[in-house]
Design a protein around this ligand. Structure first.
Ligand code: C2E
Ligand code: MG
Ligand code: MG
Ligand code: MG
Length: 277
């Protein structure tokens, strides 16, 4: 029995809130130090052509590997970084490191090998014109053509200052960078965004995939989402595919690309180089 159990105040005790305060308190200084000490690194998850299963593109996914070898999941520290403003440093690091990796792969595989890498950019960053400068200077620094880089935004980026985001998106597109709408179908979903924000790629969230092979309604929904993407001239990627039955269904629905553990998990560059050739 703790003091709290007897406290009338327990009615207001929210374990989740308490947990998040604790995390913020402990994690923020640790995260700052991790950025300084370069404990953050990128894994890359291959994304395949639905029909051929060939690797066509990758998503860069951040990993925080602590000195003892344990991982802290981005689901835990990205929201914290967004709260504290550290996300700007993280996004800048990810843009720079991805361009660095792209230039190494161009050297390794030659300029005729086609691939691209998608980078997650926090909703906070999409209203800030500094994003354009950061992307532009990373492309110049590593001397890579813009076609190799994709930027992923979530629907939540569009709600705050839609006009600012629209401007930034159109400048990035004019630079030849492809824009993907990530986690489509979760959170703020509004079909109107698909008209207002002319993104190149629609990434359908894992929630639509999980019961795809067991629920007929899910299949209907998925089929319609993919035909919307198709008819608006967007490429489609379905995320979180873990079962062969899901792959078979997606083949019938003319989904362009698949990302999921069924094919590949995120892995460090050295592992990518063993399978990508
Ligand atoms: P996301 O951008 O939607 O990335 C896809 C997530 O789904 C990744 O989780 C990936 O590992 C996971 N995933 C892919 N296929 C499967 C599957 O078949 N099954 C399951 N269960 N999971 C699958 P991860 O790497 O833990 O990243 C989580 C989220 O954290 C990302 O979701 C993204 O929102 C954020 N994030 C990751 N890296 C970065 C980054 O560099 N910068 C920013 N700003 N956010 C990032
Ligand atoms: Mg993503
Ligand atoms: Mg996603
Ligand atoms: Mg997601």
């Amino acid at each position: 029995q703790t003091a709290l159990d007897n406290d009338i105040g327990i009615a207001f005790y929210d374990p989740e809130l308490h947990q998040s305060n604790l995390n913020k308190f402990h994690l923020e200084p640790k995260l700052k130090e991790a950025i300084r000490n370069r404990e953050l690194c990128l894994y890359y998850q291959p994304i395949v052509n639905t029909i051929t299963s060939e690797i066509e593109t990758f998503e860069a996914l951040i990993r925080w590997i602590q000195p003892d070898g344990s991982f802290i999941t981005p689901f835990k520290f990205i929201p914290l970084a967004e709260e504290t403003g550290l996300i700007f440093d993280i996004d800048s690091f990810v843009i720079d490191e991805t361009c660095n990796q792209i230039s190494k792969w161009i050297t390794k595989y030659g300029p005729d090998k086609e691939f691209s890498v998608g980078v997650n950019i926090s909703a906070k960053h999409w209203v800030n014109p500094s994003l354009i400068k950061e992307v532009d200077s990373a492309l110049r620094k590593y001397n890579i053509p813009s076609k190799y880089l994709k930027l992923e935004m979530t629907e939540s980026a569009m709600v705050d200052d839609a006009n600012a985001v629209k401007k930034i998106v159109s400048i990035l597109k004019s630079m030849g960078i492809k824009i993907a709408l990530d986690d489509f179908g979760t959170g703020y979903s509004s079909l109107g965004y698909l008209i207002e924000f002319p993104v190149d790629i629609l990434k359908v969230d894992k929630v639509f995939v999980d019961d795809l092979h067991t629920e007929n309604k899910r299949q209907k929904l998925m089929s319609h989402i993919l035909s919307i993407a198709n008819s608006l001239g967007m490429k489609s990627i379905v995320e979180g595919v873990e079962h062969v039955q899901q792959v078979e269904i997606l083949k019938q629905f003319s989904c362009d690309q698949i990302q999921g553990y069924y094919f590949y998990k995120p892995m460090p560059p050295v592992e990518i180089e063993k399978i990508f050739n």
